[in-house]
Design a protein around this ligand. Structure first.
Ligand SMILES: *[C@@H]1O[C@H](CO)[C@@H](O)[C@H](O)[C@H]1NC(C)=O
Ligand SMILES: *[C@@H]1O[C@H](CO)[C@@H](O)[C@H](O)[C@H]1NC(C)=O
Ligand SMILES: *[C@@H]1O[C@H](CO)[C@@H](O)[C@H](O)[C@H]1NC(C)=O
Ligand SMILES: [Zn+2]
Length: 975
């Protein structure tokens, strides 16, 4: 899935920023804390609460499932007896409510399958579908190519495991093919999973879109199918749809090339409708299917021999030119990947469509990629540079999947990390190719590596690769869509590519794609091809096999901290745990020792690469009085610690000439020091000392790293006396940066040139305002006022909108809030709406926050896809935090049942709302919450609840141990 976890770069950026104005009256700074951008994709967990289904033949099996059962239909995995060959599916979504107030779709589908092992049982996935066959059974079975099919004895729906079960009176014969035909109806509900509906208004008129999200296990909600990734087949799709609407699917519409569907108008049961048929797909997995019926329009690439690219969206959005940026970048990125993978894109077209309601960021359906509006649409005047980066990154991620994921697919979901980690890694390469000025490959360190370190340093983390039999139920599959899978996956693949060198990596990769095209793999298949590439590259030396090196990174959770002692020349490694006292109850066959590639420098001179495998080793060149810096460009997935003497030499270098240290490593030094301090490996004052040189720093990456790490201090201390001292200290550090940007933008009238400067300008303003720098709060308040006076002309630069809205609304009252809300409701640009939605969470007025919380569960006010985000933003506000927590607890039942089906990520919700927890009282509340809701359950947030408890305990300890020391240090530094 495409970047399900973070919804827009704007918000991703904002959230890593310490971002709120301190209103004079409240000495409280609200930290809008990094919303784990790499978090669970909000996906249905509908395995549990299924609605009743009509069984045309009541069956003794249909009621409750006996525990424990060995019947095949009680197992979550399909038996290995049947293999689908092709499907013929016709679906007819109704875009108008029926007489029962429901939106429905009807369908008929047939599947040709081959029997590969004799059996008298057919299991095919089906969830929430009502079967409507005229006679006796749920389905009809016929033999193909002259084979006679056995007759059906009985059929029933097994709800828990989501099967249609067909018991036969005789055996299917090995090697023979059969045709299974079914008619059914389903609800086109607004749950963002399977075949669902999205709504929007255009010229005051409500429009309904029928669209899909199949991954991971919801194709079975659209039509009965063998819904596992290895069950690849060819799909012939047909859509029946209202006249005047456009139907799209994976394949090209039949009948014409590259023009609007020349659909056939027909009459079905007295309905005047259109029918669009699509060219058969390639052999593919069910989770990659997509079909959309809408009144959207499109722009396209000019006719040529090349792949046709179309960008689809609401008419208003296309008319406003919001699809232009995506159109200009899609084909170049696609071509980049064809070259990179050395493999042509096999389809004739790639449609990209922006949907008003969409749970993930985007989805890589083969030939018809679906996006959130913020992930595809870009408005020249209204969107920020972060929005632009987000669009480019998501497109690149999805296109990367066309090969890695779509052409070659993991055999089962336990290897999801390979799909998502890969797409995440190479998405940076694709963006770098089309936007070479952005230095996007460097930013990957902040966006992926540093972000996922935070999660992977917990004892409750998990290895990248899971055993196949631990991932069975849909909830378990959903839970895998987390930051480990995406970001750690990307980080270790980047490390692998770095130590093999890109040409070798790519050579292995393209051989792998060639061998497994249109089929399925496990990760060892990739290792094998990379090993072949290594073996056939003269002169390339790695200390062991690809398997030996890499398995340690993917089968063990966590990562090491490498310690270099420049006094003795000794280097050692140790599993890095944020809380060194937390018990690691997951044993590792490798005893938490890794094969670590260490690129390093001495006094600014590159020293090449050293490999570390033993827990401790001796490296004489590292015994030195010069400063040593390891993990150059953070190409390795580990942290680095040094002896005290070397730390001091690095600090001295930073404060004398920081440019001697590469910019990525300046960010690394800060991030490592703060996290080593959290783990009690170095002192907290050493960590704070890495920020002393910031008054000289102008670059984005170190600042972003510092702000991210100080975010934790804000969270822990913004309700205590330490807060004032922090504000003072940081005001001194950020004021020069604020002045710098005021300067280079001619008093805020220009936009800084480079992409990262633009980001850092936002940092300068949000941090300056949060430290209470008056010039800053005056500035943001003035801009917002000007806008209120003239709503048709927003004077605020798009890159700064998030922070300006937030600070102005925080400093203001109901008038500012209501204006923001009005602009939010009226916005036709999703990126703009997101920024306002965030800004509204910044108010300090409790009743406004409570009212906003109520709005989050009203889909007419806040789209379901956005509800989690709004609640988490409110919890990021120091005033909103307790309100959001109360709100979640009071409404858990409802949130779980009504939003559990695909729009809320419970993991993100729990993590976000408990982030500030650092007292015994809060820990008790959290534990009580866990007990009280054991009945309702936590679905895909189960792990997040455990992690929240672990994190709270660690926070309590940390505050006790550090509060005084931090206070003293801050006071001495500002004295
Ligand atoms: C399935 O659809 C294809 C394409 O329309 C058609 O050629 C084929 O005969 C159909 N198969 C069956 C069994 O109906
Ligand atoms: C048909 O089903 C009934 C009850 O479900 C069972 O008793 C009978 O043995 C079945 N017949 C065959 C041929 O499988
Ligand atoms: C399916 O059947 C159930 C039970 O009769 C009913 O509640 C539900 O509305 C039906 N769904 C559709 C889409 O017809
Ligand atoms: Zn993806």
């Amino acid at each position: 899935m495409g970047k399900g976890f973070y919804i827009s770069k704007t918000l991703g950026i904002v959230l890593t920023v310490v971002g709120v104005a301190a209103a004079a009256t409240i000495i409280a700074l609200s930290v809008v804390y990094s919303q784990e951008k790499s978090k669970n994709v909000p996906k249905p967990t509908d395995g549990a609460g299924t609605t009743a289904q009509v069984s045309t033949t009541p069956s003794p099996h249909a009621s409750t499932t006996p525990t424990p059962s060995n019947e095949p239909w009680d197992k979550y995995r399909l038996p290995d007896t049947l293999e689908p060959e092709y499907y013929n599916v016709t679906l007819w979504p109704r875009l108008q409510m029926d007489e029962h107030g429901m939106y429905i779709f009807t369908g008929e589908s047939g599947v040709a399958f081959r029997c590969v092992k004799e059996t008298d049982l057919i299991l095919i996935h089906s969830n929430k579908l009502n079967f409507t066959m005229q006679e006796g059974h749920h389905a009809q079975l016929t033999g193909m190519d002259g084979t006679t099919a056995p007759t059906i004895n009985s059929t029933w729906l097994q709800e828990k495991t989501q099967y249609l079960v067909i018991q036969l009176n005789g055996k299917l014969q090995t090697g023979k093919s059969y045709w299974l035909y079914m008619e059914f109806r389903g609800e086109l509900s607004d749950d963002l999973g399977g075949f669902y509906r999205s709504e929007y208004y255009e010229n005051g008129e409500k429009k309904v879109v029928a669209t899909t999200q199949m991954q991971p296990t919801d194709a079975r909600k659209a039509f009965p199918c063998f819904d596992e990734p290895a069950m690849k087949a060819i799909f012939h799709l047909t859509l029946i749809h209202p006249r005047g609407t456009v139907a799209l699917a994976n394949g090209m519409e039949i009948g014409k090339l590259a023009i609007l569907p020349e659909t056939v108008n027909i009459n079905v049961d007295g309905h005047e409708v259109s029918r669009t048929r699509f060219e058969p797909t390639e052999k593919m997995s069910t989770y990659l299917l997509a079909f959309v019926v809408s009144e959207f329009t499109f722009i396209r690439t000019p006719p040529s021999d090349e792949v046709l690219i179309r960008i689809w969206a609401r008419k208003e959005a296309i008319a406003a030119g919001q699809g232009e940026y995506a159109l200009s970048k899609t084909l170049p990125i696609l071509k980049f990947f064809e070259k990179y993978y050395n493999s042509p894109y096999p389809l004739k077209k790639s449609d990209q469509i922006a949907l008003p309601d969409f749970s993930a960021g985007a989805m890589e359906n083969w030939g018809l990629i679906t996006y959130r509006e913020t992930a595809l649409l870009y408005d020249r005047n209204m969107s920020s540079n972060g929005d632009k980066e987000w669009v480019a990154t998501v497109i690149s991620h999805e296109l990367a999947h066309m090969w890695f994921g779509n052409l070659v697919t993991m055999r089962w979901w336990n290897d999801l990390w390979l799909n998502e980690g890969f797409a995440t890694y190479v998405s940076y390469l694709g963006v770098n190719d089309v936007e070479p000025d952005w230095t996007i490959k460097d930013l990957m360190v902040l966006n992926e590596v540093h972000k996922v370190f935070a999660v992977d340093a917990l004892a409750s983390s998990h290895p990248l690769s899971s055993p196949e039999d631990e991932i069975m139920r849909p909830e378990q599959i959903n839970e895998l869509f987390d930051s480990i899978t995406y970001s750690k996956g990307a980080a270790v693949l980047r490390m692998l590519s770095e130590f093999l060198s890109e040409p070798v990596f790519v050579k292995g990769l393209s051989a792998y794609l060639k061998q497994f095209a249109y089929s399925n793999t496990v990760y060892t298949d990739l290792w094998k091809h990379l090993q072949d590439a290594v073996d056939t590259t003269p002169g390339l030396q790695i200390p062991s096999s690809v398997t030996e090196i890499m398995n340690r990174w993917i089968l063990q959770m966590g990562f090491p901290v490498v310690t270099i002692n420049t006094a003795s020349g000794q280097i050692s490694q140790k599993h890095f745990l944020l809380d060194p006292d937390s018990p690691v109850d997951r044993p590792s066959q490798y005893n938490y020792v890794w094969f670590v590639p260490i690129k390093w420098m001495k006094n600014g001179m590159d020293q090449g690469q050293h490999w570390l495998l033993e827990e401790t080793a001796q490296n004489d060149p590292m015994k030195t009085n010069d400063w040593v810096l390891a993990n150059l460009n953070v190409s390795g997935y580990y942290r680095v610690n040094y002896d005290e003497g070397n730390w001091q030499r690095l600090l001295t270098q930073l404060s004398t000439d920081h440019t001697m240290i590469p910019v990525i490593n300046r960010a690394q030094i800060i991030d490592d020091a703060f996290n080593l301090a959290r783990a009690k490996i170095v002192s907290t004052t050493l960590a704070l000392s890495t920020t002393k040189y910031l008054s000289e720093e102008k670059d984005y990456m170190p600042w972003e790293s510092a702000i991210d790490n100080l975010g934790y201090f804000f969270l822990m201390f913004d309700r205590t006396e330490v807060y004032g001292a922090m504000q003072n200290y940081l005001k001194g550090k950020v004021s020069p940066l604020f002045e710098h940007f005021k300067d280079i933008t001619s008093n805020w009238t220009n936009i800084p040139t480079s992409h990262t400067e633009q980001y850092n300008q936002e940092n300068a303003i949000s941090l300056a305002c949060s430290t209470g720098l008056k010039e800053c709060t005056d500035l943001t308040t003035r801009w917002y006022r000007e806008w209120m006076q003239n709503p048709d002309s927003n004077p605020i630069n798009s890159n700064l909108k998030s922070t300006v809205y937030c600070n102005a609304i925080a400093a203001g009252g109901v008038e500012e809030w209501d204006f923001g809300w009005m602009m939010f409701k009226n916005s036709t640009i999703a990126a703009e709406a997101d920024k306002l939605m965030y800004g509204l969470s910044c108010t300090k007025v409790p009743w406004l926050l409570n009212r906003y919380l109520d709005y989050t569960l009203d889909p007419t006010k806040i789209r379901k896809q956005d509800a989690t985000f709004a609640i988490v933003y409110i919890a990021g506000n120091v005033v909103g935090q307790p309100l959001a927590w109360d709100f979640i607890r009071a409404n858990w039942d409802y949130i779980f049942s009504d939003y559990g089906g695909g729009s809320l990520s419970f993991g993100r919700l729990i993590t976000g709302v408990t982030k500030r927890f650092s007292t015994e009282f809060e820990l008790k509340q959290l534990q009580q919450f866990k007990e009280e809701n054991a009945q309702v359950g936590f679905g895909s947030a189960t792990m997040a609840v455990e992690q929240a408890i672990e994190t709270t305990k660690a926070n309590i300890k940390w505050v006790n141990e550090n509060k005084e020391e931090v206070m003293k240090w801050l006071i001495s530094e500002t004295a």
